[in-house]
Design a binder for this molecule. Structure first.
Ligand code: CP3
Length: 333
């Protein structure tokens, strides 16, 4: 059994697998090299040879226990025909949203558009470097995808609350998003993903209607993944109460963000836990990194735990700090 599956399915707390969110990314010189020759990010995600190569880059360097496929949560709106662009320093920019067009996209058309992603997963799962490693497929949670599709850019820049006023529109859009997220999940599993992670990066933005926008649609996705006997990890970043989230949504494992007190979580949550370390710790020094990483390892010593961060690794992170982190986790007894 692959390491994360072993943690989840056998409740094994003796192994501490490690991988890192955004491990295939800009902190790696070999990624930056490919990226500099490929200015169009979406095209890069749809180049199955390059996306396979990028997925394997962090595995070759650090021998992580899991490979996460190089793609993006915004490939879903792209697959539905909404334009998606990534501009330097601006983050993602999405085009006009036409609900009538999107609601009429058919399953085959969508799957065909995203087919290089599935081919890349299948390449990776048959590569000997990934023997006994988890292959992580992923999607954005319905709420986070809804926010990007309506807001057309990162809500970090600005989010107009009025866009949620048209309740019928939002309801219909959410249902189309959910339908295609299920298809995208199923396609990734059929291509060889051994695990699915659901990223709800903007869960923390919502104050009301958490059931309608977060619990219910995420539970629907979690139940969908479970049908394939593949474990599912949820990352509801910033959500106020992880305990309630886990009780309602019932993922197989939960990734905590760096604002969560791990000591509190261990008393509240029975399911396997992943992550937590603040990515900014990797920008400090080795001594501090060791102290902070060991804190998580100690707290989760007797709990099924996968080492990871509390959000994506920062582009300015030095390679040697990642090496140090992997060594600390592997040496921990
Ligand atoms: O984890 C991995 O290594 C796999 C690939 C992956 C990417 N994005 C590649 C990427 C994954 C799992 C994601 C998830 C993702 N994408 C999320 C959820 C996780 C999170 O960070 O909260 C979100 C919200 C997105 C949307 C997105 N994609 C944003 C906001 C940005 C721009 C911000 C930034 O970091 O530059 C991206 C671009 C992106 N996705 C890059 C990578 C490697 C950087 C692209 C570049 O080279 O410019």
């Amino acid at each position: 059994m692959t390491p994360i599956q072993e943690c989840i399915k056998n409740n094994n707390h003796k192994i501490k697998p490690i991988w890192i969110m955004r491990q295939a990314g800009r902190y790696l010189p070999e990624f930056r090299e490919i990226r500099s020759k490929n200015p169009d990010f979406v095209k890069l995600c749809l180049n199955e040879n390059l996306s396979s190569e990028i997925t394997l880059q962090p595995i070759k360097r650090f021998d992580f226990d899991a490979a996460i496929i190089f793609s993006d949560i915004l490939m879903l709106p792209y697959g539905l025909g909404q334009e998606v662009k990534f501009e330097k320093g601006l983050g993602p920019k999405l085009g006009e949203l036409d609900l009538d067009l999107i609601a009429n996209v058919n399953k085959d058309e969508f799957s065909k558009k995203l087919n290089p992603i599935y081919k890349s997963i299948s390449n990776i799962s048959s590569n000997s470097i990934c023997k006994n490693k988890d292959i992580i497929g992923f999607v954005g949670a319905p709420w986070t995808i809804l926010v990007y599709m309506i807001n057309k850019m990162s809500p970090k820049k600005s989010l107009s609350k009025e866009i949620f006023n048209d309740k019928l529109f939002v309801k219909e859009l959410l249902s189309v998003i959910e339908k295609f997220l299920k298809i995208h999940i199923e396609n990734q599993i059929k291509a060889g993903a051994t695990l699915i992670q659901i990223f709800d990066s903007w869960a923390g933005l919502l104050e009301d209607n958490i059931s309608k926008f977060i619990y219910e649609p995420t539970l629907n996705l979690v139940n969908h993944v479970k049908k394939f006997d593949v474990p599912v990890i949820c990352f509801p970043r910033g959500v106020k109460d992880y305990k309630i989230f886990c009780e309602i949504v019932k993922p197989d494992m939960v990734n905590i963000d760096y604002n969560i007190d791990p000591k509190k979580i261990i008393n509240e949550i029975q399911i396997p836990v992943q992550g937590g370390l603040d990515p900014k710790i990797l920008l400090t020094d080795k001594e501090n990194l060791n102290t902070e990483a060991i804190k998580y390892l100690q707290i989760f010593k007797d709990h099924p735990y996968v080492f990871n961060l509390g959000h994506g690794i920062l582009p300015e992170t030095k390679i040697e700090m990642v090496q140090e982190l992997v060594k600390t986790v592997r040496d921990f007894k």
